[in-house]
Design a binder for this molecule. Structure first.
Ligand code: G3P
Length: 214
C-alpha cells in the first residue's frame, strides 16, 4: 500500500519524507491557496522533495482547455500527475492525455460509475473522496470497496487513491479493502504511528533503565 501526503506545505512534505515511507503527494487548489510561494515555484519544489508522483489539479473546465493546461503542468517536473475532475469534459481530456502518456488522477469521485468511466478513459488513478461522503451521511468507505471490486473484476490497472481522509480508521479500512493508495493529511499521518500504550511503555522502560546498575 502506498501512502501519499495530502498537502502543498513544503515543511510537512519534507518532514513526512524524512520518515522514509512517503510515496507521493496530492495537492488541490484549496491546498495550494494556503501557501505563499508562487504556484509554479511551489510545485517544482514539491516535486524535488517527494520521491514519487505529485498530483497537481487542472482548473480548466472544457476538454479543449484542460488538455493544454495539463501539458503545461506535466512540463513542470517528471513526477507531475495531472488531476482532472470527473465529468464529460474531463473524460474527453483523460482519453487524449492518456494517449500522450500524461498520467491523470481523476478527482472528485463520489460514485463507482464515475470511477469506472475514468478507468475506461485511461486514467492512471481515481480519487474517491470518502470524508466528504461521510460528512453528508453516506458511507465513504463503501464507495472504495465498490471501486476496488469493480477494478478487480475487470483487471483495470487504474489505481485507487482514497482521498478526503479524516482519521486513521479510514486508512485501516482502505488497507483492508486493498485500495492501492491513501492520501492523508499531515495530522492524520502522524496519528498512524502513535499509540498511548507505546508512550506509557517507553516512559516506564526509560524510568527502569535509570535503576540499572551500569
Ligand atoms: O485532495 C483531495 C481531498 O483529499 C480533499 O480532502 O478534506 O478537502 O475533503 P477534503
Amino acid at each position: 500500500m502506498k501512502f501519499f501526503l495530502d498537502t502543498a506545505n513544503l515543511g510537512q512534505i519534507a518532514e513526512a519524507a524524512s520518515w522514509g515511507i512517503l510515496d507521493g503527494v496530492t495537492t488541490n487548489p484549496t491546498l495550494v491557496s494556503r501557501e505563499d510561494e508562487p504556484f509554479e515555484v511551489l510545485i517544482k519544489k514539491i516535486c524535488e522533495t517527494v520521491p514519487g508522483p505529485v498530483s497537481v489539479e487542472s482548473v480548466a473546465t472544457k476538454a479543449e482547455d484542460i488538455i493544454p493546461e495539463a501539458r503545461e503542468l506535466a512540463r513542470l517536473a517528471d513526477n507531475v500527475v495531472v488531476k482532472v475532475p470527473i465529468n464529460i469534459e474531463g473524460l474527453k481530456a483523460i482519453k487524449v492525455l492518456a494517449q500522450e502518456g500524461i498520467p491523470v488522477n481523476t478527482t472528485l469521485i463520489f460514485n463507482p460509475m464515475q470511477a469506472l468511466m475514468a478507468a475506461k478513459a485511461g486514467a492512471r488513478y481515481v480519487s474517491p473522496f470518502v470524508g466528504r461522503l461521510d460528512d453528508i451521511g453516506h458511507d465513504g468507505m463503501e464507495l472504495v470497496d465498490q471501486i476496488v471490486t469493480i477494478f478487480n473484476n475487470y483487471g483495470f490497472e487504474t489505481e485507487v487513491i482514497v482521498a478526503s481522509i479524516r482519521h486513521p480508521l479510514h486508512v485501516i479500512e482502505a488497507a483492508l479493502m486493498g485500495a492501492d493508495i491513501a492520501t492523508i493529511p499531515f495530522g492524520a499521518f502522524e496519528k498512524l504511528v502513535q499509540h498511548p500504550l507505546t508512550d506509557i511503555g517507553m516512559e516506564k522502560f526509560l524510568k527502569d533503565w535509570e535503576k540499572v546498575n551500569r
